[in-house]
Design a protein around this ligand. Structure first.
Ligand code: KU1
Ligand code: FE2
Length: 219
């Protein structure tokens, strides 16, 4: 069939429709209140507990620019989760929820292709923590060389996050547009964007501990 029918009374319908529309028009989609406060807090607590248990490892090493000694500035800390680990049941539920939406939006899009992709898999969930000491991520493209990743999906966990005092803004520079997209990493916000060169982006220096969970979908 051209595209599989989804009943508009289905609660997922609106979200899937938003995802298709925004990704087609902007290549970026922001969904707020994604899980709801209660479930969002349960996911957040699992991540904070993991951080307390010290299972995060250093993400990228950023050498001190211009420094003489070889010391490196720790930037983001990360850990990879498939959801089967102990004390990750709510992270697993988040992953399942995002899978449902991406896969059903993929089927619902015309002739079953979301942005001309046929999504057929994803990475594990990468839980990232930016310690608040000005840690950041320089402007980059997630998938510059066709490694198969097509959609970046990020879930933010940061309560009462005010970019003016906490920093940590995600700034996307959509290719070919002179308009940037500034996305605050606020609690229970779900973000999707094309992982390729259409969306260079940076994480500006964070002055409070900043948590996010990222999934990359493959086509
Ligand atoms: O947290 C955000 O708002 C955006 N985050 C990113 O773009 C981002 N992109 N690529 C990575 C690769 C390895 C470790 C962390 C990352 C990472 O936070
Ligand atoms: Fe990125």
């Amino acid at each position: 069939p051209n595209s599989y029918y989804m009943d508009p009374s289905d609660p997922c319908y609106d979200v899937c429709h938003r995802l298709i529309t925004d990704m087609t028009k902007f290549g970026v989609c922001v969904l707020d209140n994604f899980l709801g406060k209660e479930k969002g807090l349960l996911v957040r607590n699992e991540v904070l507990e993991m951080y307390r248990l010290g299972i995060f490892t250093a993400g990228q090493l950023v050498s001190n620019p211009g420094s003489t000694e070889a010391q490196t500035v720790r930037s983001d800390l990360i850990t990879w989760i498939d959801g089967k680990e102990p004390h990750c049941q709510y992270i697993k539920q988040l992953i399942t929820q995002v899978d449902n939406i991406v896969l059903r939006a993929n089927k619902m899009a015309n002739n079953g292709r979301l942005g001309d992709y046929f999504i057929n898999g994803r990475t594990k969930a990468m839980v990232a923590c930016y310690p608040g000491s000005g840690s950041h991520y320089v402007k980059h493209v997630d998938n510059p060389n066709k490694d198969g990743r097509c959609i970046t999906a990020i879930y933010y966990l940061n309560l009462d996050w005010d970019v003016k005092s906490c920093g940590g803004l995600l700034r996307v520079f959509p290719e070919g547009q002179n308009q940037v997209a500034d996305i605050a990493p606020i609690f229970d916000r779900m973000l999707f964007f094309w992982s390729d060169r259409r969306n260079p982006h940076e994480v500006q220096p964070a002055y409070r501990t900043r948590y996010a969970i990222t999934l990359w979908y493959f086509d």
